[in-house]
Design a protein around this ligand. Structure first.
Ligand code: NDP
Ligand code: GDR
Length: 371
């Protein structure tokens, strides 16, 4: 019998990589997908299997973390061995605009899944992974941050995830559910949403190099993040649920980098050198050299500027995780360093935008997108 996994947030970055991983391990994979007015399955379309195929192992269910009746019905029908709760309103800045919805989906959504397991009598059968986050650490208490570092959340998103973290621990202790938190630090990939800072930067660097965009506006260039590759991180999610005892784990690289340096590295991957001048909102980034003959960016051109619209009411300045427990207990391995991650993202964006560049060169108008 194949193991069955249910993934909420399957249409997101991590959902797509995790679905691929579990299918490669011969799981029957079920995903919860929200109804949207346009297709929202681009990241998993390559995994599609015809619903008329009786032996298919990739199955989608319409659903939403705000609807407990729907979650109970799906879990009853699927009877999963493992649930991965990756669904969330995951954008920290947007959570300040939609705090109540964020609390509902990210906080109470987790409770709804745990209650569904209990109501359906699956506490001995179904293991659950909760997508917890380094945002829980928020205002720096100590570094590097480990499983024992105190939390101090700094956004409606992080506060909602704090509830989800503790309700997961509580249901583990109260009802003996195999429920675990993965406290994952930032992880990125070519599938990363376009409004998170890394993907915003790699896309813009490529578009600027190709003459498709003039300038990139960013917020806080000083904040530091511990960035890893999503492919490595979904391996950790799976490992966490394969242990004998349910426990919580920090997943991180242990290396931190400022947003400003990520910008330099992304442009550097394209052979373009950027120098920053000025301070705070007046800081700007200029092109100081271009080694790649395919890209005709002007030397001295101002390509980076700060727009305070991207500042957060409360910021998380420094994240750096200590993955010792995961490495020692799970045998988790980090395969991508930051340079490899950036190379993967930039290469993918070069492929994606080469078509736009060709169309522009032929005289077609290229539409801009909201960022
Ligand atoms: P994404 O934003 O890429 O994906 C989020 C997923 O959740 C999407 O599939 C989205 O659906 C779905 N979703 C949103 N709201 C609901 C809802 N109300 N009901 C059901 N599904 C919903 O996030 P990531 O893949 O990057 O992250 C996965 C999880 O890990 C999230 O919970 C995130 O908070 C957490 N996390 C992420 C980290 C990171 O660095 N990436 C680090 C630590 C934690 P749709 O496609 O329709 O929008
Ligand atoms: P984060 O990721 O908030 O850490 O949450 P994001 O990429 O949005 O921001 C990282 C840092 O970059 C600064 N920044 C900008 N951020 C965005 N989005 N856009 C900008 O223009 C910009 N300029 C500077 C931010 O201020 C911040 O300091 C991510 C999400 O995936 C969460 O779901 C997850 O829990 C955490 O990572 C770990």
């Amino acid at each position: 019998m194949k193991k069955k996994a249910l993934i909420t947030g399957i249409t997101g970055q991590d959902g797509a990589y995790l679905a691929e991983l579990l299918l490669s391990k011969n799981y029957e994979v079920h995903g919860v997908k929200r109804r949207s007015s346009l297709f929202n399955t681009e990241r998993i379309d390559h995994l599609y299997q015809d619903p008329h195929d009786e032996n298919r192992s990739f199955i989608m269910h319409y659903g939403d973390l705000s609807d407990s009746t729907n979650l109970i019905r799906i879990i009853q029908q699927v009877q999963p061995d493992e649930i991965y709760n990756l669904g969330a309103m995951s954008h920290v800045k947007v959570s300040f605009d939609t705090p109540e919805y964020t609390a509902n989906a990210d906080g109470i959504g987790t409770l709804r899944l745990l209650e569904a397991i209990r109501i359906l009598g699956l506490t001995k059968k179904t293991k659950i992974y909760q997508a917890s986050t380094s945002e829980l650490y928020g205002l720096v208490q100590a570094v590097p941050q480990s499983e024992t570092t105190p939390f101090y959340p700094r956004s409606p998103y992080a506060v909602a995830k704090l509830y989800a973290y503790w309700i997961t621990v509580n249901y583990r202790e109260a009802y003996d559910i195999f429920a675990c938190n993965g406290i994952l630090f930032n992880h990125e990939s070519p599938l990363r949403g376009e409004t998170f800072v890394t993907r915003k930067i790699t896309r813009a660097a490529v578009k600027i190099a190709m003459g498709l965009q003039d300038k990139l506006y960013l917020g806080n260039l000083d904040s530091r993040r511990d960035w890893g590759h999503a492919k490595d991180y979904v391996e950790a999610m799976w490992l966490i649920l394969q242990q004998e005892k349910p426990e919580d784990y920090v997943i991180a690289t242990g290396i931190t980098t400022a947003v400003r340096d990520f910008v330099k590295m992304a442009f550097g991957e394209l052979g373009i050198e950027i120098t920053f001048e000025g301070y705070g909102v007046s800081e700007k980034g200029y092109v100081t050299s271009c080694r790649n003959m395919d890209y005709l960016v002007e030397i001295g051109k101002e390509v980076i500027a700060v727009d305070p619209a991207y500042f957060r009411p409360t910021e998380v300045d420094l994240l750096i995780g200590d993955p010792t427990k995961a490495i020692e207990k799970l045998g988790w391995q980090i395969k991508y360093d930051l340079k490899m991650l950036i190379n993967d993202m930039v290469t993918s964006d070069v492929n994606a935008f080469s078509k736009d560049k060709m169309l522009k060169d032929l005289g077609y108008e290229i539409k801009n997108q909201f960022e």
